[in-house]
Design a protein around this ligand. Structure first.
Ligand code: AMP
Length: 591
C-alpha cells in the first residue's frame, strides 16, 4: 500500500543520539519537571541518604493530608514471617483520603472544568469526556449508593468491569468510603473471578451486563451469576448497562447502576472517610510461583505518593498534556497510571475500550491523531504486533502531538524500541522503558523523560529511593554485564504491605524475602552495564510473561490436571517473536 507523505511541519526538537545513547532534547530538560541528569542525581542521592527528609518533603508537596504523619518511615526486612507486624510502614499517623486527593482538591482550582477522563469506546462514534467536576459528582453519587447498600470502611468490593468510565468511578467511590476494591480483569474466566471473590470475601460485586471486545459482546453478568453460587459473602450486585443484552436480575440482590444513581437520596456530597496512611486501599491479584493467585494489598498514603510523583517525574507531565496509557485497569498499570497517578496530578487521562487492531490496525495511531495525545504508554507486545503490520498504518496519521513514549510489562527488544523511536516518535520523542511489578505499586526502574538518557532495551536507572542490586545465587554482587537476580535492599513508598489471608506474612517471607534474606527478591534477571544502566532480562522463576501478562506455570499445570483425562502436566515458556514468551504444555494422559 502506497501512502502519500503527510504535509506536516514537525517542530519538535530531535532526540540526540551519541554512541547508542539517546539524550532528551535540551529544551525538554530545561522546561522539564526534573531539569536534567544532574538534578536527578542530586535528588536520587538525597532520597537514599536522607529518605525521611526527601519523602516527607514530597508528601507535603504532592498530597493533601487531613493530618500530618508522626513518622515518615519504619521498616524491618529481617524479621518477616516471625511476628504479625508490618514489614514496612510509611507516613505513620498521617490521615488522608484518596478520592479527595484525586478529585475534591482540584475543584478549588481552574482544573475544575478540565477533562479528567476522556473515553473512546470501541465503536468510533462513542466518546465521553468527564471534567473533574463531573467525575466528582458521579463518584460522590456512587459512593452514596455503596453506603446505602451497607458498604462500610474496610469492606471488600470486587469490580468486574470493562474499560468504561464507570470502572474508575466505582474505584474512586470505594476509596471515598474506605472500602477496599479488588478489580478483576474483565476478560477473566468464571473460575478466576470465583477464586478472587472467595479470597477477598467481597460483600459486593460491581459489573456490567456485557463488554465489547473486537466487535463481540462478552457476557460479564453471566459469569458473575455463575460465580455467585460459590461466593456466599456477596450480598449485593450492581450492574451497569453497557451493551443492552438480556440478563437475569435477582430481586433483592441485583440492582441496576442507572436506577441506583437516579435515586433522590444518593444525590449530593458524600463525606470522604478519613483514612490512615496505612489503611488498605486495594487488593489486586497476581500470579506467582505458587498455584494460587496472590492478593497483593496496597495501602493509602505511600502508594498515592509514589504513583503521583512517579507519574509526574517519569512522563514529565504538563498540565496541558493528554496522557494515554493503553493498559486495562484490570492490571496494576491501569490502577496506577490511568486512575490514581494521573488524577492525583489533575491530569487528563485517556481511556480506550477496545484493542489496537479494531476495526483496523491503525486504531492506536488514529486515536493519537484524533485526540492529539502527548504522552503514550503501552506494552512492547503491542508494539511488536503493530510493527509487523507495516509502517503504512502509522504513517497515515499525524503523530506530531507526541512528546513522550512509554513502555511497560516486559523487556523491550532493541528492534521494537528503535521502531517506536523512528516510526512513531519520528526521532523526536523520548522513550521511557519502565520496570515495575504489581507488588511495587509504581515504577521503580526507569528513565525520567526530561532527565535520564536512554539505551534501546535498557530500563536505565533507579527511581527515587530505590536501591537495586544484581546478585549471584550465593548473594554476591555480579560483575559488569554479568546476569544475576535483581533484588531491592530498601523499601519504597508504593511497596505492597501484605498478601491477603497471609498470616504473619509467611507467604511474603517465602516468596520475596527468603531467596536473599533481608532483601526483596523481584524474581527478575538483570545485568548492569559499564555505564551503570540496568538491563532487565525476564523472569528467572516459574513465572512466564506472555504479552506482558504474568502467568504462573504452576497455575496452568493445575488447570490442566483438573481435566479428567490428564494425568500429569508440565508447563514452560518459550521465546515468542510477538508475545515475548509463549506457553508450551507437556501433558501425559491417563491410560
Ligand atoms: P506485573 O506484576 O503483572 O506487572 O508483572 C511484573 C513483571 O513484568 C516483572 O517482574 C517483569 O518480569 C515484567 N516487567 C514489567 N515491566 C518490565 C520492563 N520494563 N522491562 C522488563 N520486564 C518488565
Amino acid at each position: 500500500m502506497e501512502t502519500e507523505k503527510l504535509p506536516i511541519e514537525d517542530k519538535r526538537p530531535f532526540v540526540k543520539e551519541t554512541n547508542g545513547m539517546f539524550h532528551p532534547p535540551e529544551e525538554l530538560s530545561r522546561r522539564g519537571y526534573i531539569k536534567g541528569f544532574a538534578e536527578y542525581r542530586r535528588m536520587y542521592q538525597e532520597s537514599i541518604e536522607r529518605p525521611e527528609e526527601f519523602w516527607g518533603r514530597q508528601a507535603e508537596e504532592h498530597i493533601s493530608w487531613y493530618r500530618k504523619w508522626d513518622k515518615v518511615l519504619e521498616w524491618d526486612f529481617s524479621r518477616i514471617g516471625e511476628i504479625d507486624a508490618p514489614f514496612v510502614q510509611w507516613f505513620i499517623g498521617g490521615k488522608l483520603n484518596v478520592s479527595h486527593n484525586c478529585l475534591d482538591r482540584h475543584l478549588t482550582t481552574w482544573r475544575r472544568n478540565k477533562a479528567a477522563i476522556i473515553w473512546q469506546g470501541e465503536d468510533e462514534s462513542q466518546k465521553r469526556t468527564l471534567t473533574y467536576q463531573q467525575l466528582h459528582s458521579e463518584v460522590n453519587k456512587f459512593a452514596n449508593v455503596l453506603r446505602k447498600h451497607g458498604i462500610r470502611k474496610g469492606d471488600r468490593v470486587t469490580i468486574f468491569m470493562p474499560m468504561i468510565p464507570e470502572l474508575p468511578i466505582a474505584m474512586l467511590a470505594c476509596t471515598r468510603i474506605g472500602a477496599i476494591h479488588s478489580v478483576v480483569f474483565s476478560a477473566f474466566s468464571t473460575q478466576a473471578l470465583t477464586s478472587r471473590v472467595q479470597d477477598s470475601q467481597s460483600k459486593a460485586i460491581i459489573t456490567t451486563d456485557a463488554s465489547f471486545h473486537g466487535g463481540r459482546a462478552v457476557e460479564l453478568k453471566k459469569k458473575v451469576d455463575e460465580a455467585l453460587g460459590d461466593c456466599p459473602s456477596v450480598e449485593t450486585v450492581i450492574v451497569y448497562k453497557r451493551a443492552g443484552v438480556p440478563i437475569d436480575m435477582q430481586p433483592g440482590r441485583d440492582f441496576w447502576w442507572h436506577e441506583e444513581m437516579a435515586a433522590e437520596d444518593v444525590k449530593g456530597f458524600c463525606e470522604p472517610e478519613v483514612m490512615d496512611a496505612e489503611d488498605p486501599l486495594f487488593i489486586l491479584y497476581t500470579s506467582g510461583t505458587t498455584g494460587k493467585p496472590k492478593g497483593i494489598v496496597h495501602t493509602t498514603g505511600g502508594y498515592l505518593l509514589h504513583v503521583t510523583l512517579s507519574f509526574k517525574a517519569i512522563f514529565d507531565y504538563k498540565d496541558e498534556d493528554i496522557f494515554w496509557c493503553s493498559a486495562d485497569i484490570g492490571w496494576v498499570t491501569g490502577h496506577s497510571y490511568i486512575v490514581y497517578g494521573p488524577l492525583a496530578n489533575g491530569a487528563t487521562s485517556m481511556m480506550f475500550e477496545s484493542i489496537p487492531t479494531f476495526p483496523e490496525p491503525d486504531r492506536f495511531w488514529k486515536i493519537i491523531e484524533d485526540y492529539k495525545v502527548n504522552i503514550f504508554y503501552t506494552a512492547p507486545t503491542a508494539l511488536r504486533a503493530l510493527m509487523r503490520l507495516g509502517d503504512d498504518w502509522p504513517n497515515k496519521h499525524d503523530l506530531t502531538s507526541l512528546r513522550v513514549l512509554g513502555t511497560v510489562g516486559e523487556p523491550i527488544n532493541p528492534e521494537a524500541w528503535l521502531w517506536y523511536h523512528r516510526t512513531i516518535g519520528k526521532e523526536r520523542c523520548v522513550i521511557v522503558d519502565t520496570w515495575w511489578q504489581t507488588e511495587t505499586g509504581g515504577v521503580l526502574i526507569t528513565p525520567l523523560a526530561s532527565a535520564i538518557p536512554t539505551k534501546p532495551g535498557s530500563a536505565s536507572a533507579p527511581f527515587f529511593g530505590v536501591v537495586p542490586e544484581v546478585v549471584r545465587a550465593d548473594g554476591t554482587p555480579t560483575e559488569e554485564d554479568e546476569a544475576g537476580s535483581l533484588v531491592l535492599t530498601r523499601p519504597w513508598p508504593g511497596m505492597f504491605r501484605h498478601m491477603n489471608n497471609d498470616v504473619k506474612n509467611q507467604l511474603v517471607k517465602q516468596v520475596y524475602f527468603s531467596t536473599f534474606p533481608g532483601k526483596y527478591y523481584t524474581g527478575d534477571a538483570c545485568k548492569v552495564d559499564e555505564d551503570g544502566f540496568l538491563w532487565l532480562m525476564g523472569r528467572n522463576d516459574d513465572v512466564i510473561n506472555v504479552s506482558g501478562h504474568r502467568l504462573s506455570t504452576a497455575e496452568i499445570e493445575h488447570a490442566l490436571v483438573g481435566h479428567h483425562a490428564v494425568a500429569e502436566a508440565a508447563v514452560v515458556g518459550f521465546p515468542h517473536e510477538v508475545k515475548g514468551q509463549g506457553i508450551y504444555c507437556y501433558v501425559t494422559l491417563r491410560q
